[in-house]
Structure formats: C-alpha cells, structure tokens
Design a protein around this ligand. Structure first.
Ligand SMILES: Nc1ncnc2c1ncn2[C@@H]1O[C@H](COP(=O)(O)OP(=O)(O)OP(=O)(O)O)[C@@H](O)[C@H]1O
Ligand SMILES: Cc1ncc(CO)c(N)n1
Ligand SMILES: [Mg+2]
Length: 587
C-alpha cells in the first residue's frame, strides 16, 4: 500500500489530498488515523471498489501534519490488516513566472528576477520579451523577441508548470501586452504583479510610450499590484511631474483608479536626502513604507527586484502588504550588503541578491578547496590551557602554525558569541596569511559570520547534512565518528573528513569512550572519507597510530600535546616531525 499527500491551492487555501493505493479483496470500510491514534485525526471512508485501486481523498485530512505516520486499518478482520506508511508529501515549490527583458549586465530584468526568487526560496521561470545590450553605463541596444515566440514561451510554461504568480517587467510592444492578457485568461494564476517598466533609473527608455494606453486599458485592470517608479507613475498619468511624497500619494490614488487592486509607487528615485520612501495604497488606506537610503552607486535593478520579491512573497502565501514589506526589507538588506562592491565602470552598478559575492573579494580568503593532506597535523585549540600558560589564543595559533600545524580548529566552550566571532576573525587572518585552513568547532553561525573555512561537528551536534546546506559546497565539514555506521553516515551527509577516536584515553575529553587502535583501523578501512585520528595522541605513540595500515588515515589531531605546554612552537615541531616521518614510511 502507498500513502502520499498532494497539495493544491483553491481560493488561496491549501487543500491537501490524500493519495492511497491499496489492494482490497472485498468491499470494506477503512479507518485512517494519525499515530499515536487521535480521534481528531481519524477519517473513515468507504471503498467503493475491489482490487488494486488508487483513491484520492480530498480535503478530509487537514489535521494530519506533514511527515506524520498514518495508519490505515479496516473493520473487516478477514482482510489483511493494518498498514502504516509515512505520510511524505512531494514538495510543490512556490513558483513565479517572470515575463520581462534580459539585461546583459545582469543587474536588472530577467536576471534580477531569477536571483531575487532564488534568494527568497521560490522557483522562477522566465519568458523573455526582449534582449537588451546593457551595462553599468546604460542601455546600448534593445532587440525585441518576436511576438509569436513570446506567445510560445508563455504557452510552454503556463500549460505545464503550475505557476502561482506572474510578474511582468519590460514588455516592449502593444502586441505583447495583448498576448500576455490572452495567455492569462487561458491559464489563470493566483496573482499578477505588474512592474510597468518604461524608463530605468539611468533614464533609458525601455518601452515605447505608445504602450501606455494598452497598459492602462488592458493590463492594469487585471493586475493585483502595479509598482511604478517616479517617472513611470508620471507617464501613466499623462506626464504630471512627481517630486514629493505628497505627489506620490496622489499618484497612487489616480493609478488605483485605473483598476489594479493595490498600487506601490516607488520613491527610490526621489533625490537624497529623502529616505527611501514608497507609497502603498490599497484603495482605502495609504501606507508610507520608509527605509533608510543606502549610500551606494549599486542600485541598478532595485525596481525589478522589488517586484519579483513581492511576487515571490505572494507565491509563498503572504498577504499583499506582508509581501511588499518583506520585499522592501530584502532590497534594503541586499543594497546594504553590496554598497561597496565594484562591478563595471559606469555610474550605476548591480547589487548582490544572494549576499555572497564579497566572500570572494576578501584577500585573506583561502581560495582553494579542501586538500586532504591538510589533515596531517590538526591542531585543536583550548582556551583553558592558554589561560593556564598565560597566553592569548592568537599567540597560541601563531606558534602552532609556525611549528608546522597544517590545519587549525578553533574550539571554544566558554566565550560569548560576539567574542567567539572576533576570535575567529583574528585567527582566520593568521591562518590565511600562512595558507592554513581554519575550522570552527560546532558553531555554524560563527563560521558563517567569520567566513572561516569550515565546521567540525560531533555526533550530538547539528547533522552534517544540515551544516552542508547552510555552509554551501565549498566549505570544509568534518564529523567525529567512533563507528563504521557513523562514518558511512558522514559520507552520505556530504562531509569532507572524519575525526576518529578517542584512540587513547585523554584528559581533554573526560567520559569519552576510547575505541583503541583496532576501532580506529576498522573505521578507516570502511570509511570512504579521509580520517584524522584523535584522542590521547603524543609524539611517542604517533607511530603506533600512523602505522595501522590504512591509506586514508591522513593525520593526527591534537590538543594537549601542543597546547598544554610552555613552548607550543617546539612541541608542534616535535609532533610534526614524528607524523611526517611516519607518513613518508607508510606511503
Ligand atoms: N539607495 C537606496 N536605498 C534604499 N532603498 C532604495 C534605494 N534606491 C532604491 N531603493 C528602494 O528600491 C525599490 C525600487 O525603487 P526604485 O524607485 O529605484 O525603482 P526603479 O527605478 O524601478 O528601479 P530600477 O529602474 O533601477 O530597476 C524601492 O523600494 C526603493 O525605495
Ligand atoms: C531588461 C530590463 N528590464 C528592466 C529594467 C529596469 O531597471 C532594465 N534596466 N532592464
Ligand atoms: Mg530606481
């Protein structure tokens, strides 16, 4: 028997549908219930047919939460009894279709929409209306796509892909507006966001003024929201000058009279020192959306981004006002993050929707992927030992790198989060100046905030699969494992290496079960990942560890052997020479 859930929207309400496939030998009554059984979640239904059938039971199970076990049983004891299945729905993803122009500089248009939706967790499909030659200086050329081919793209996407919300940007011809309206009649969607792109902030004209009448007559009346900038609002209203917030308000009212359900007049192009103020009008009330004006040249594409972010919010099920507020906050955060990035030589640069680009402009960043030979001498810091020997963390890290440590793990159990981040930044600077990776123990947030090279997690910490999702593909992830099963799990979760131990008893980690050399060897021989051995390792016992006969044992991890000494530098050197000696013999 199979049980599954499918969802669809009806009048903005999520309707779950239970899909059951079951083999029945006689007509019978089925009882479907949540486990542990609970009267509320129980649903009775009569099966009208015999044999293997699929049933769709609609709208009867709103109380059954996603991923809860479902039990299906019958009232007829002659029939094979109860079956339990996990109720795992396939995930239908919120979906925005953007109908807009391509910007070769990728700051605005289709490219901005794709990035905004990706950043907000919404799928974005694209119908390209025009290809523009465009950069940070301005628009050098416009090449409209033939109208019949815009129609073909619309049909391809709308007939197949369960679009929730359509967002429009640049539509360069009257015919295209008409085609769009027809397509929306044939394939209705939950909401239509119209960004009436006509003039960009750079002053370039992106649609002929002849389309104003068809926008007013055909598109605005079917729009859920329309989002003109200052110049576009002015054009829609026949050229009235708009220069103050009071003007924005009256423009919002006049545009609302043209038929859209909501209007957002954007004030991004108001002159400084105005705050970034936009006027939202729902037909009755005005809301002044106020945000700080970010001092930056990188504002190209803010309008497209705002509109596609509103569409993304609607696709996720937000109300219009919520969607607008979240979208505005998103644009503001992205502008703020990107205010100093430098792309192009013109006056208006693009910004960074995914808040990632600056990571690669940091001159300290390691810029190379994980190299398993980095595991050779893995130094794990300990602030109590630093205190005992009267030195700072930075001094300890410096000395261990000088002595030959090939990777550093910052392990902090006592400091507050702010201090931990500061410490990580300071250590990263030292590590990266010597080409040594810095791993943070346990704390994904600290690794993200300091842009360290990776995170090491234990069995009771965050699952490595989740860490990978949060940190992305290019960070290093290590997992502590004692058993072959744990090592296999780490591999499946996308880890880069495992730390295996405690090999010998140690005072650094009390109550830690030791696995001995045999345990280490067993894990190494089954692990597909490189292994670093940990726990009670000293210069004396390094040979017994490194010579167990496992090629993927790539090094040793140590705490007290380096840091619980007066001279970290000489202890690290000693350790480094012991481990390199063994490594060259076992190669
Ligand atoms: N410097 C800024 N700081 C903060 N918010 C801004 C800034 N510039 C624009 N915004 C905001 O970005 C959104 C888009 O506004 P804008 O008026 O620039 O649209 P637009 O002219 O259509 O954009 P573009 O043509 O560059 O794509 C608005 O919410 C606006 O308030
Ligand atoms: C393609 C395209 N659409 C919209 C805008 C408005 O910023 C632009 N500059 N380029
Ligand atoms: Mg603008």
């Amino acid at each position: 028997m199979d049980i599954g859930l499918e969802y669809r929207y009806e009048n903005e309400v999520l309707i779950p549908t239970l899909l059951v496939q079951i083999e029945l030998e006689s007509k019978t009554k089925l009882l479907l219930q949540r486990r542990p059984s609970c009267a509320q979640g129980a649903t009775h239904f009569q099966t009208p047919h015999l044999g293997t059938r699929s049933y769709r039971i609609e709208g009867m199970i709103p109380t059954i939460p996603v991923r809860s076990p479902l039990t299906l049983c019958t009232n007829n004891s002659s029939i094979r009894p109860t079956t339990t299945a996990m109720c795992t729905p396939t995930h239908r993803v919120p979906h925005v279709l953007t109908v807009a122009g391509s910007d070769s500089g990728a700051g605005a248009g289709i490219q901005a929409d794709l990035k905004a939706c990706a950043a907000l967790g919404v799928y974005c499909s694209t119908v390209v209306t025009a290809v523009t030659a465009q950069n940070t200086v301005g628009v050098q050329g416009i090449h409209p796509v033939p109208e019949t081919f815009v129609a073909a793209q619309l049909r391809s996407v709308l007939s197949d892909m369960q679009v929730d919300v359509v967002k429009t940007g640049m539509i360069p011809s009257i015919g295209m507006v008409k085609i769009l309206c027809q397509s929306l009649q044939e394939f209705p969607v939950r909401a239509l966001v119209v960004d009436p792109v006509m003039v960009s902030t750079s002053g370039d004209v992106l649609a002929d003024s002849s389309i104003v009448s068809v926008l007013r007559k055909d598109l605005l009346p079917v729009a859920d929201i329309v989002t003109p900038n200052l110049k576009e609002a002015s054009i829609l209203l026949g050229g009235v000058p708009l220069e103050t917030v009071a003007h924005l308000r009256s423009a919002a009212k006049l545009i609302h009279d043209l038929g859209p359900r909501y209007v957002l007049v954007k004030g991004g192009d108001l002159p400084a020192p105005f705050d970034a103020v936009d006027i939202f009008f729902d037909g009755q009330e005005y809301h002044e959306l106020l945000g700080p004006r970010v001092e930056t040249r990188n504002t190209h594409g803010t309008g497209c981004t705002l509109a596609s972010s509103i569409a993304a919010g609607l696709a996720k099920g937000l109300s219009m006002f919520e969607a607008v507020q979240v979208a505005k906050r998103f644009v503001e955060s992205a502008l703020h993050y990107s205010k100093n990035i430098s792309i192009g030589r013109g006056v208006q640069g693009p910004f960074d929707h995914l808040l990632k680009l600056k990571q690669n402009t940091n001159s300290f960043s390691l810029r190379r992927g994980f190299d398993k030979s980095d595991l050779l001498l893995y130094a794990i810091t300990d602030s109590r030992m630093n205190k005992k020997w009267g030195r700072s963390m930075v001094e300890a890290v410096k000395a261990s790198i000088k002595g030959g440590a090939t990777i550093i793990q910052l392990r902090e159990k006592e400091v507050e989060t702010g201090e931990f981040v500061e410490l990580a930044l300071a250590c990263k600077e030292i590590c990266h100046s010597k080409g040594v990776p810095l791993i943070i123990n346990d704390r994904v947030d600290v690794a993200l905030a300091s842009n360290a090279d990776g995170v090491h997690v234990g069995q009771s910490d965050m699952q490595a699969r989740t860490v990978r999702a949060l940190l992305g593909p290019d960070k290093i992830i290590g997992v502590s494992c004692k058993t072959e099963e744990q090592a296999l799990q780490a591999w499946n979760d996308g880890a880069d290496y495992i730390g295996c131990g405690g090999v010998f008893p140690t005072s650094t980690k009390e109550n830690n079960r030791t696995i001995g050399l045999d345990g280490l060897k067993a894990v190494c021989l089954t692990s597909k990942l490189p292994v670093v051995a940990i726990g009670g390792i000293s210069a004396d016992n390094v040979p017994s560890v490194m010579e167990i006969g496992a090629a993927n044992l790539r090094g040793i991890a140590v705490v007290s052997a380096l840091f619980d000494h007066d001279c970290i530098f000489s202890e690290t050197m000693k350790m480094y020479s012991a481990v390199t000696h063994c490594r060259s013999r076992t190669k």
